[in-house]
Design a protein around this ligand. Structure first.
Ligand SMILES: NC(=O)C1=CN([C@@H]2O[C@H](COP(=O)(O)OP(=O)(O)OC[C@H]3O[C@@H](n4cnc5c(N)ncnc54)[C@H](O)[C@@H]3O)[C@@H](O)[C@H]2O)C=CC1
Ligand SMILES: O=C(O)C(=O)CO
Length: 401
């Protein structure tokens, strides 16, 4: 979720919602009962454990207290700290002063004497804050945090929202895939024009009688989906694709074990060959030095002419010119993008007129339950930080995710 939206929505709701509202995860629904929020060992520990298990959150190999520099924190800066939320967070951080800041300039001043910063990661805030030892971002993508060397040089622990939005984003991926497969973009255009016409001309999403060889729609069952950047978002997408009867192949940065339901797992070097067999290609990559421009003219050229390409990771992993050309020339069947480069798409940019393209404005993590899960992680990491424990979802600043 973009920080700005996150902030606006959190301000609108009461902080108490965090513990009252139903927390819906991928596999389990758990209700956080009212009034069960009063003790220091969190009474919602079972919800926290379920979140960790359901989303597959990873904890650091060593506890913070193993470091000779470790000391109990005295002051933590928190973005979007409503009064209710402060009470709720204070339960896991007794004796720690929790300070609110919502703008970069307020944060810069408040961070000067803070031990941790939650919700800001920019150099402007961290450069003048020598005692900061932990930063929690409210996003999964950390490419903007890592533009400065502050994390690598000072050994600040950076934790992010990796895997948190997986279930929500996987729904968005499937919405884009189904919109294409069922011709919804074309039927919506026809509806606006008051036309009752069957059969989408798949090539242009215009409406007319089907000519020979044109496909009005296609079935997902039995088709192959390739997930590139198989992590939290990718694995949740795979679960849903499996339910549609699809064959799943994937690529990630380390091979390890083959996840259940995945037919084969490759490394980045396998991309040019794997794309050849895919009907749907989903990009869930973080933006790093290695992934920048990974989907270029050669990769789009290797795809099936009917392939549908989805990107919910980062726009910079795609060479936009190459994608537009593939769509214009019929090199691929269509695309659904939630993230683009440039972002936002400027007025008059050729992407707006590119055929067979569905654009959503970086909203694939938005949902009614997403922010509750995020605050549960923030609270659990605060508890671990105060106790000198093993932090969750630590970013490798050198790898970039
Ligand atoms: N559109 C949106 O609103 C959102 C976008 N995102 C983006 O999605 C990305 C992924 O999120 P999660 O799945 O939660 O993160 P994650 O950390 O769970 O997964 C990232 C995966 O990318 C893989 N990877 C890294 N470099 C690679 C490479 N060179 N080739 C192939 N695979 C590579 C890793 O193996 C890892 O499994 C985020 O980094 C962020 O940029 C995340 C949340 C919301
Ligand atoms: O969490 C992220 O990385 C996002 O892009 C949220 O919008």
């Amino acid at each position: 979720m973009r920080n700005a939206d996150f902030r606006v929505r959190l301000r609108q709701g009461s902080g108490g919602r965090v513990v009252r509202q139903a927390l819906v995860l991928s596999l389990a629904v758990s209700v956080l009962a009212p009034g069960r929020v009063a003790s220091a060992q969190p009474p919602d520990a079972s919800q926290t454990e379920r979140m960790i298990a359901d989303l597959g959150l990873r904890e650091a190999a060593t506890p913070l207290s193993a470091s000779p520099q470790w000391r109990k924190p005295a002051r933590v800066l928190v973005r979007n700290l409503t009064p209710d939320r402060k009470t709720w967070l204070q339960e896991v951080a007794p004796g720690v002063e929790l300070v609110n800041a919502d703008t970069t300039s307020d944060a810069r001043a408040a961070a000067a004497t803070a031990d941790a910063v939650l919700g800001f990661c920019e150099e402007a805030v961290l450069a003048q804050s020598p005692s900061v030892r932990w930063v929690q971002t409210y996003d999964a993508g950390v490419e903007r945090c890592l533009t400065s060397d502050v994390f690598r040089q000072r050994g600040i622990v950076l934790t992010n929202m990796q895997r948190i939005a997986g279930p929500v984003m996987a729904e968005h991926v499937m919405a884009l895939v189904l919109a294409h497969a069922r011709g919804l973009a074309g039927y919506l255009m026809a509806q606006r024009e008051g036309k009752w016409e069957r059969g989408v001309n798949a090539a242009n999403w215009t409406f007319n009688a089907l000519s020979d060889g044109e496909q009005p729609a296609f079935t997902l069952a039995g088709k192959t989906i390739l997930i590139v950047g198989y992590g939290g978002v990718g694995s949740e997408t795979a679960k849903r694709a499996q339910a549609f009867g699809m064959r799943i192949i994937a690529i990630r940065n380390s091979k390890a074990d083959l996840p259940p339901g995945v037919t084969k797992m490759g490394l980045p070097a396998d991309l040019p060959t794997y794309v050849k067999e895919a009907d749907i290609v989903v990009d869930t990559l973080p933006l790093t030095a290695e992934t920048r421009g990974m989907f270029d003219a050669a990769i789009f050229g290797a795809m099936k002419k009917t392939a549908f390409f989805v990107n919910v990771g980062r726009g910079g992993t795609v060479v936009t010119e190459a994608l537009m050309k593939a769509l214009q020339d019929g090199g691929i069947g269509g695309a659904g993008l939630d993230v683009v480069d440039p972002e936002p798409v400027p007025e008059g940019h050729p992407l707006w007129k590119t055929p067979r393209l569905i654009l959503t404005p970086h909203v694939s993590a938005d949902s009614d339950v997403d922010e509750d899960v995020r605050w549960l992680l923030i609270r659990e990491n605060l508890r671990r930080f105060v106790a000198g424990g093993k932090m969750l979802s630590v970013v490798d600043a050198t790898r970039g995710y």
